[in-house]
Design a protein around this ligand. Structure first.
Ligand code: PA5
Length: 361
């Protein structure tokens, strides 16, 4: 890493030789999303087959997890239009007050050792719930085995955020198994087809003029990224933020329409110099309502000229899962090119590991 020469901002990124920056082949993991979706969907259904769902008609779904293990739940939540019970994603130590023994609780931790997720799993058992666990193993895996609860195992050896395809399909398969949603397989198939072809287009060997992730990364580089989404693209906005933080090692923030129109747009008006340090990316879903579309158009107009730039990334596909995965794929590659531009290795997350060590000590 230290000897790698970072590409100059001004130069065309060209066909990037990422090997010198990318110690653990994170680009290949991003490109594996389509395979993960297909394999994860099948493997999770196999893992669950031996178990009976904990309740007949759950009164709600709560998924607890943190960071890279939680984002799959946000993604799945917006792709289940047939779901008729509340679905909450909990990033905390406790479950919400409404959770009862009739609630389907799913604890997701890639490592299986995240303290907030383990605390929620304990809380679930304490309330008489019978949670489903998703992990590579660790303490959560051991707990599931000890309490004879279903354990959906995801392949080890990755960064949690790089295993999004496995984690998201594990959850989708869990909801399907619990009888909460209609047929999800066609959404998986469409998403896999779209992200597979996007991964080929966004590959490091593809030069700037044919690879939209590279010029977008260069426009973002050196600025604070603000990612705005709505509906299906809201979890993608959160994912972009996390990926820019962890892969690109850069600050980034996200917000959602329509709420951001009621506060955030005022924040651009007080200090023009500060506003010009920020670059906005609008994640647009062509299937969004006319009311949301008008807000996005107005906001783009309002921000251009005030900020360093405004880019629009449009979702592809028909099913909600394909649309959200398409926007996520673009963000994943942009975050990796940001790492290249900064000359940093996308994989290690030393700051998170250091904090976890500190809390354990
Ligand atoms: O991306 C990361 O490494 C983090 O956001 C982790 O996912 C988070 O700290 C939780 O760990 P785990 O996914 O192992 O539960």
């Amino acid at each position: 890493m230290a000897s790698a020469q970072r590409p100059s901002d001004a130069a065309d990124l060209g066909p990037v030789s990422v090997g010198e920056f990318d110690s653990e082949d994170h680009f290949a993991m991003a490109a594996s999303l389509a395979d993960q979706l297909e394999e994860g969907w099948k493997a999770a259904r196999d893992d669950l087959r031996a178990f009976k769902p904990p309740v007949d008609r759950p009164d709600g779904v709560v998924v607890c997890g943190m960071g890279g293990s939680a984002i799959g739940a946000d993604v799945v939540r917006v792709c289940m239009p047939g779901l008729t019970v509340p679905f909450e994603v909990v990033r905390a130590y406790d479950l919400p007050a409404w959770v009862s023994p009739r609630t389907l609780v799913v604890a997701v931790s890639y490592s299986g050792n995240t303290e907030e997720t383990l605390a929620c799993a304990d809380d679930a058992f304490g309330r008489g719930c019978r949670p489903v666990c998703v992990a590579t193993g660790g303490a959560l895996g051991a707990l599931a085995r000890k309490r004879d609860r279903p354990l959906v195992t995801v392949p080890p050896g990755m960064q949690p955020r790089a295993a999004l395809g496995y984690l998201a399909t594990s959850l989708a398969a869990t909801l399907d198994w619990a009888g909460l949603v209609g047929e999800f397989a066609p959404q998986v198939a469409e998403a896999a087809e779209i992200v597979r072809s996007m991964a080929a287009e966004l590959h490091p060997a593809v030069p700037d003029e044919a690879n939209p992730a590279k010029p977008l990364a260069r426009r973002l580089h050196g600025h604070v990224a603000l990612i705005y989404g709505a509906g299906v693209t809201a979890p993608a906005a959160r994912r972009w933020k996390g990926q820019i933080n962890e892969n690109g090692k850069a600050p980034a923030f996200f917000a959602e329409f329509p709420e951001l129109n009621h506060n955030e747009i005022v924040g651009w008006t007080g200090d023009p110099a500060l506003a010009r340090t920020m670059h906005v990316v609008l994640l647009v879903d062509p299937w969004a309502s006319e009311r949301i579309a008008r807000r996005i158009d107005y906001t783009a107009e309002h921000l251009s000229g005030r900020t360093a730039g405004v880019d629009v990334v449009t979702a592809a596909g028909e099913s909600p899962f394909a649309r959200v995965c398409s926007v996520i794929t673009m963000g994943d590659f942009v975050s990796l090119y940001l790492a290249v531009l900064s000359g940093v290795d996308p994989t290690p997350v030393a700051a998170i590991e250091e904090l976890k060590r500190h809390l354990r000590s």
